[in-house]
Design a protein around this ligand. Structure first.
Ligand SMILES: *Cc1c(COP(=O)(O)O)cnc(C)c1O
Length: 298
């Protein structure tokens, strides 16, 4: 029972004026068009996990995230769609629910709040199980969908990636989507991952851990992080508005806005060759723009 139709994910060429013909082709894979809530890469990371839970007749999906997590709300929606209950273990205490958490509740997710300190135990065996012991037949999906089924699901995105692209560009959080795509991409194609955070040690570690050492066609960047994860300023918002005017594509403020800002800077610094053909993946996340809605033209 698919939530959406893969055929909605079209490939859209970007405006040549925007990238000043610095490369031979610059296209965007519009995974953001798949679904309003379960958009972008989230649907890919979740689908095999949900199929598994359904096959095993498990009843409750348990996962983790912060108050603005696209993964949490996507899981809430998808679980409900599959007739499963869901529990979200939320990092931090909130005096007032964020819009994302409100949506999670609307889709039937039960929220359990834990302190940042306690949340750091999430990888310890038995910790999550103990928290959700009152629920029936649980299936735990790690934060960001970062398990093997998440990576295998993300590898399904490769069906959209033509061999003629020399570079694939995407935004990175946990690295799950990037690892999945690299699992069976041609080694001639380079994958560039943009991390919207101050550093990318964790993601580097995750990718090295989950990819065979022979896979070397990837690189991470975190140069333009705008003061850290979830942070933004008017320069970034102006850039996103300009991008919308030129390409008619809405970007999100957490991931894809910073990805395209980084990529644009590299293009203008002539870091690509004029015969490169670049595919950028729009991984969705537009629900997270509510906090900056008044400042965006879309
Ligand atoms: C979650 C998310 C990412 C990060 O995906 P990972 O697989 O965790 O690296 C990238 N872009 C958007 C819009 C997201 O919501």
């Amino acid at each position: 029972m698919a939530i959406t139709d893969d055929r909605l994910a079209v490939i859209q060429p970007l405006n040549k004026f925007w990238y000043q013909n610095k490369v031979a082709a610059l296209d965007m894979l519009r995974l953001d068009r798949l679904h309003e809530v379960v958009s972008g890469n989230k649907w890919y990371k979740l689908r095999l996990n949900l199929l598994y839970a359904q096959e095993k007749h498990l009843k409750t999906i348990v996962t983790f995230g912060g108050g603005y997590s696209n993964h949490l709300v996507a899981t809430a929606y998808a679980a409900q769609h599959y007739g499963l209950a869901s529990v979200g273990i939320v990092r931090g205490r909130y005096d007032e629910l964020t819009p994302t958490l409100r949506s999670c509740k609307e889709y039937g997710m039960e929220l359990l709040f834990v302190t940042q300190e306690d949340y750091n135990n999430k990888h310890q065996p038995g910790w999550a199980e103990e928290l959700v012991r009152h629920f029936d037949e649980i299936y735990i999906i790690p934060e960001g969908g970062a398990n093997q089924k998440g990576r295998d699901g993300a590898a399904l995105i490769n069906r959209f990636i033509d061999k003629n692209y020399s570079h694939v560009v995407l935004a990175v959080g946990t690295g799950t989507t990037m690892a999945g795509i690299l699992q069976d991409l041609s080694p001639q194609q380079k994958v560039m991952g943009f991390v919207p955070m101050k550093e990318h040690h964790e993601q580097e570690h995750y990718l090295t851990e989950h990819l065979p050492p022979s896979v070397g066609n990837w690189q991470l960047f975190s140069d333009h992080h705008f003061a850290g994860f979830g942070r933004w300023n008017n320069t970034l918002l102006d850039f996103m508005n300009d991008f919308y005017r030129e390409n008619n594509i809405p970007l999100d403020v957490v991931y894809t806005g910073k990805m395209m800002y980084n990529l644009h800077a590299m293009l203008m610094e002539n870091e690509f060759s004029s015969c490169d053909r670049v595919l950028c993946i729009h991984s969705g996340g537009l629900q997270g723009n509510v906090s900056v809605r008044e400042k965006l033209i879309y």
